[in-house]
Ligand binder design. Structure first.
Ligand SMILES: CC(C)(COP(=O)(O)OP(=O)(O)OC[C@H]1O[C@@H](n2cnc3c(N)ncnc32)[C@H](O)[C@@H]1OP(=O)(O)O)[C@@H](O)C(=O)NCCC(=O)NCCS
Length: 149
């Protein structure tokens, strides 16, 4: 497993992540194909620095992204794997490495309470659940990870 930056060759992979109903189960569902194509084009035009691609044997299999939390403005972690790579500890390894590169003293994450795999990953990484809230008609858990600087 290694992390790398976004590349134009990621178009098909990113399209699959957005349009796959399993990946999107707790992320509002699969994005319609034409809308997904637009989003991927915009993303590849921008190539944000905080967007990591997880690669296994030279193929993209997932992402780790640092964004800005909509309410708190803190650095927000999110991650996705293609379904066939779930259950192998790859997200855990990838996020650990991305967190080492990130260097923020506080990182937050928000995930649907129903998303057990995501909550298990956050707990294993050392994130603490701080509160619950409702967003997009779903109960969400809000987590924080504070690192010693
Ligand atoms: C959330 C998500 C990334 C979790 O992936 P994951 O593979 O379960 O996470 P981890 O990398 O922590 O792997 C843990 C699993 O690998 C297993 N595993 C196998 N080998 C392992 C190893 N060497 N080290 C650690 N875990 C290992 C663990 O036992 C565990 O399996 P279990 O859930 O059956 O107990 C994945 O489900 C996903 O992409 N979901 C769709 C997108 C999504 O919802 N993202 C969250 C948005 S907030």
């Amino acid at each position: 497993m290694k992390l790398r930056k976004l590349s134009d060759s990621d178009f098909e992979f990113l399209l699959r992540l957005l349009t796959d109903s399993e990946v999107r189960e707790y992320l509002g569902g699969a994005v319609p194909f034409n809308e997904a194509k637009k989003r991927v084009s915009t993303l590849l035009n921008q190539k944000p620095k905080s967007y990591w691609v997880i690669e296994v044997k030279d193929s993209p299999i997932g992402t780790v992204v640092f964004g800005e939390h909509v309410d708190s403005g803190e650095v927000e972690l999110s991650y996705q794997l293609l379904p066939e790579y779930v259950g192998q500890g790859l997200a855990f390894k990838a996020v650990q490495e991305a967190l080492r590169n990130n260097g923020s003293s506080l990182v937050v994450a928000e995930t649907q309470v129903k998303n057990f795999k995501s909550r298990k990953l956050l707990a294993r990484l050392g994130f603490k659940e701080i509160k619950r809230l409702e967003r997009f008609g779903e109960v969400q858990a809000y987590y924080e990870l504070r690192t010693k600087q």
